[in-house]
Design a protein around this ligand. Structure first.
Ligand code: GCU
Length: 414
């Protein structure tokens, strides 16, 4: 109770400090019109913090990428601190059903138990392996809004090839992919009060009851969970952990990009309509802005991010740099015409600007600053993209393009 009161007080106090500042060149309304986007200059991807030009892949890998990741960790999503007592991890396959979806796949329910002397937290990871395919299979991992402990992951009783939550896993099995689901709230609750009761407790220093300004918010905790699921997959001989795609929609699309940017074990990343704090550029302030995000969801990012509200131009990073940290691994960005809150144009521009790093590393990026026509997917590139008609969802058309992109990159002949 005491802890709860303290943390709410800290949140309120910090938000008063942040939001009492005068907004600059910004009228507080949501911008949906391209002509209202403020002028902005993006931070330079290929210039180090010391002002030196990055001209080789070694300089990118050894100097610039670590600098950028550290900025995202400390100022945007929050770092995972070193725990005082080591975390013990135990994987247990709780159940295995070889007859899942009329025998198309085997479903394994895997518990990941994380504990130290401060407490225990558990994740339930669902691993689906197509029975017919040659093992180990490439697979997708999805950051899920659905609880892996719920019936949402049963095969749909009437819609063939689908789960109850609508995911078309039959399509994945037919195309030779496994699928892994992890639940966004296993490690961390997503409101101010529940947030403090999960994984953070295991990492607090003596006397600490709230993350420091540069320490992990929800999205970092969710990304960290995906890395623990990857630790398990490294031990599962049915899954080719070197051909894993990480994906997520919306808030989980943000988490998917942050996961892939940090953890090079993920071979490919897919951001579905991730928008603000995902693929969209902060500086455009189009649709959802940093201000809108931290006022409605103050715990998603780290508290340092609040300092840049209405001061996006002071951020030493923008989201094209997050995508660039995934390079040379392929990244795919998906937008929706009516999903203006997520700023589809800003999502495309991130992909376009990140391409500079892909090219430096000898990969193929976007060559045109103009977004491609609606419904025309860019697949044969290390930076892929499509925008389709309609709003904020993943439709069959989208799932199929994600699979096409994975086919192109994960199955292509070496
Ligand atoms: C809200 C939020 C978005 C987020 C979305 C979602 O709209 O503002 O940032 O992506 O929820 O997760 O569906």
């Amino acid at each position: 109770m005491k802890k709860t009161v303290i943390c709410i007080a800290i949140l309120l106090l910090s938000s008063t400090l942040v939001f009492s500042r005068e907004p600059k060149e910004y009228d507080g309304d949501v911008i949906y019109n391209e002509s209202k986007i403020p002028h902005y200059d993006l931070p330079r991807l290929l210039v180090t913090a010391e002002g030196k030009k990055v001209t080789t892949s070694e300089e990118w890998r050894d100097i610039r990428r670590p600098q950028i990741l550290s900025l995202f960790s400390n100022l945007v999503y929050g770092c995972v601190p070193e725990p005082e007592s080591p975390i013990k991890t135990v994987f247990t396959v709780k159940q295995s059903d070889p007859k899942f979806m009329d025998g198309k796949a085997t479903r394994k329910d895997v518990q990941i138990r994380l504990s130290n002397d401060k407490g225990t937290v558990e994740m339930l990871v669902l691993v689906f392996v197509p029975n017919k395919a040659i093992k180990p299979v490439p697979a997708f991992m999805k950051h899920s809004f659905n609880d892996t402990k719920s019936r949402d992951f049963d095969a749909h009783p009437s819609r063939r090839g689908q789960l109850r939550n609508g995911w078309p896993l039959g399509e994945f099995f037919d195309r030779g992919y496994g699928f892994v689901a992890i639940y966004q709230q296993d490690l961390v609750g997503h409101n101010e009060v529940e947030f403090l009761k999960g994984i953070h407790r295991l990492f607090y220093r003596k006397g600490q009851s709230f993350p420091k300004a540069n320490e992990w918010g929800v999205l970092s905790a969710v990304a960290w969970g995906a890395m623990r699921a990857m630790d398990y997959l490294e031990t599962d001989s049915d899954i080719d952990h070197k051909r894993m795609a990480i994906m997520g929609h919306s808030k989980m699309g943000k988490a998917a990009l942050w996961t892939a940017a940090q953890d090079e074990r993920f071979a490919l990343a897919i951001s579905a309509q991730s928008g603000c704090a995902g693929a969209a550029l902060w500086r455009r302030r189009s649709g959802e802005t940093l201000e809108k995000m931290v006022t409605r969801f103050p715990y998603w990012l780290c508290r340092n991010a609040w300092k840049f509200v209405n001061n996006e131009e002071d951020l030493p990073v923008d989201q094209h740099m997050l995508l660039a940290c995934i390079a040379p691994r392929p990244v795919y960005v998906h937008s929706g015409v009516e999903d203006t809150w997520a700023d589809g144009r800003g999502e495309y521009l991130s992909a376009y600007h990140a391409s500079e790093v892909y090219r430096l590393l000898g990969k193929k990026g976007m060559s045109s600053e103009s977004s491609p026509p609606v419904g025309k997917a860019i697949i044969e590139s290390d930076v892929g993209y499509h925008i389709r008609k309609g709003g904020h969802s993943i439709e069959m058309y989208d799932w199929q393009r994600f699979l096409d992109f994975a086919d192109y990159h994960l199955k292509k002949k070496k």
